[in-house]
Ligand binder design. Structure first.
Ligand code: GBH
Length: 494
């Protein structure tokens, strides 16, 4: 694979960065923005304080032993009480913006507008005003995985009514904070909680109890409808006065064919359509990718379903969805190689059986503390070029990218290596491929609660001491590296 020589080339010189021949001397454009990201559930803590209602995650982690290290997010980084320390860290980094999420159940403890929590409003006002006072632009993710428990109880994203519930909540955010927020991200990574995370439910309840193959597409369908409705609401009611921009955050590993064979190339295309095209194709072209429509339709009928498990949009919905983005927002961490998975047929209905593609990582790609995250910067560049060529050369913003290592690694040279290689490919995409990449967000500002991995793997530019009641934040070497990239706009000066 093409990645191989770049990664191994740099890794053999692991602690001798300046000799790594491949690093570009180019500078990021003047208008290019750098940021760092977090999400409410992963950092805030104060899970049942000051009027906050429980979220789906509060419920799940207290009910099922899903978190590998037995931890929880009751306190996490305690950012609810220590957000000023987060702002100080961001200021020290010199980032242009901070991407954080608002906890829906902190603002609306029951999920609906009938009860608004004044302490929640105060908290986000303090955070936003504190950022602005330091010249850091607040970027808000409206939803990052923490559904209010009552709405989870009603079926979460499987319930079509969530389109109204979500739009009501988003409308409130525009009213409360829209005077100061110029970049809105509606929903983070629907692929993750519509399709990937369902594997956890299957692990605890078994395949027969979980309606796989149905829930994924219902969830995705309602996400797209909720996003489009919110986009149109903002456009009609707020855009002319508030002058912000909106998108949805999509995550994708970049799927690359394992060989040049037609079958492997075709497999990569199918996987791209399922992972990314699922959400992006409707936004750009008004409907699901044809491969999804065909595969899911054919499997559904062979399985005896009286309908396709992939729902269809009404004419009005298509009209709302097409073009409902001001830029494309992508979380990208790693890549994968694809081959057809001929062993799996249509006996089980599930997302994985519908695409029927097997994926693996090239053994030459350097690893990380997360089994799913291997270093392949070339895949990042190829993904950017793919987005440019297949989705009408959009403005692209990377809303998350980062590297996982072991807890308490302050001298995090592998993270620096990762960022250096990936940012290097970002430069090549901008200058050599003409990709309109305008902003880059490091995940994450802080070590934080990593969902089912708890605190066992870390993504932070800042170390957080979870043993210490004060949750002391300490910059890692990678924080110094990123600060240097931001101030010099180059990768070569260390
Ligand atoms: C991001 O998703 C999340 O937005 C963020 O909250 C999180 O902290 C960050 O990842 C780091 O984990 O366990 O083999 O089933 C990135 C995309 C999709 C990557 C799900 C991990 C699970 C792979 N994620 N995937 S597996």
């Amino acid at each position: 694979m093409q990645c191989k020589w770049i990664v191994t080339g740099c890794l053999t010189l692991l602690f001798n960065w300046t000799s790594c021949q491949e690093i570009s001397n180019l500078t990021f454009p003047d208008s290019f923005l750098f940021g760092a990201a977090s999400s409410a559930y992963q950092i805030e803590g104060a899970w049942n304080e000051s009027g906050k209602g429980p979220s789906k995650w509060d419920f799940i982690i207290h009910a099922v032993p899903i978190v590998v290290d037995g931890s929880n997010a009751e306190v996490a980084c305690d950012s609810y009480h220590r957000y000023n320390e987060d702002i100080a860290a961001l200021k020290e980094l010199g980032v242009n913006y901070y991407r954080f999420s608002i906890a829906w159940p902190r603002l609306l403890p029951r999920g609906f507008l009938n009860e608004i929590n004044p302490d929640g409003v105060q908290y986000y006002n303090n955070l936003i005003d504190g950022l602005l006072a330091e010249g850091i632009e607040p970027w808000v993710t409206i939803f990052h995985a923490d559904t209010p428990f009552p709405i989870y109880y009603l079926g979460d994203w499987n319930n079509a009514n969530i389109v109204e519930y979500f739009t009501d909540y988003a409308d409130l955010l525009f009213q409360l904070f829209g005077d100061r927020i110029k970049t809105w991200l509606t929903i983070n990574e629907p692929l993750m909680y519509c399709a990937t995370f369902i594997k956890n439910a299957v692990r605890f309840l078994g395949q027969v109890s979980v309606p796989t193959g149905v829930t994924e597409y219902l969830c995705g369908h309602n996400v797209l409808r909720a996003h489009a409705k919110t986009y149109r609401l903002y456009e009609e009611k707020y855009k002319s006065s508030q002058k912000g921009r909106i998108s949805i955050v999509l995550n994708t590993d970049f799927s690359m064919p394992a060989s040049d064979s037609e079958a492997d190339v075709n497999a990569a295309q199918t996987k791209r359509d399922f992972d990314l095209g699922w959400f992006l194709h409707p936004l750009v072209y008004g409907d699901y990718p044809q491969r999804m429509i065909d595969n899911i339709g054919n499997h559904s009928s062979a399985q005896g379903y009286p309908f396709s498990r992939l729902p269809s949009f009404t004419v009005k919905e298509k009209k709302d969805i097409i073009g409902a983005y001001d830029f494309i927002a992508i979380n990208h961490y790693t890549s994968e190689l694809t081959v057809p998975n001929n062993s799996s047929g249509i006996t089980v209905s599930s997302y994985d059986d519908d695409h029927n593609i097997a994926t693996f990582k090239d053994p030459s790609w350097a690893g990380s503390a997360a089994s799913w995250l291997k270093v392949c910067p070339q895949g990042f560049r190829e993904m950017l070029v793919y987005l440019k060529n297949h989705y009408k050369n959009p403005e692209i913003v990377i809303t998350e990218q980062g590297y996982a290592d072991e807890p308490n690694t302050l001298n995090d040279m592998e993270r620096i290596n990762y960022y250096r290689l990936y940012l290097n490919d970002a430069l090549k995409a901008i200058y050599e491929d003409g990709v309109k990449l305008t902003a880059y967000t490091a995940w994450s500002l802080l070590d934080s609660f990593e969902w089912d991995s708890g605190y066992s793997i870390r993504f932070g530019l800042y170390h957080v001491d979870f043993e210490d009641g004060r949750r002391t934040r300490t910059p890692k070497e990678s924080a110094r590296f990123y600060k240097n990239v931001i101030s010099t706009r180059k990768l070569t000066d260390l």
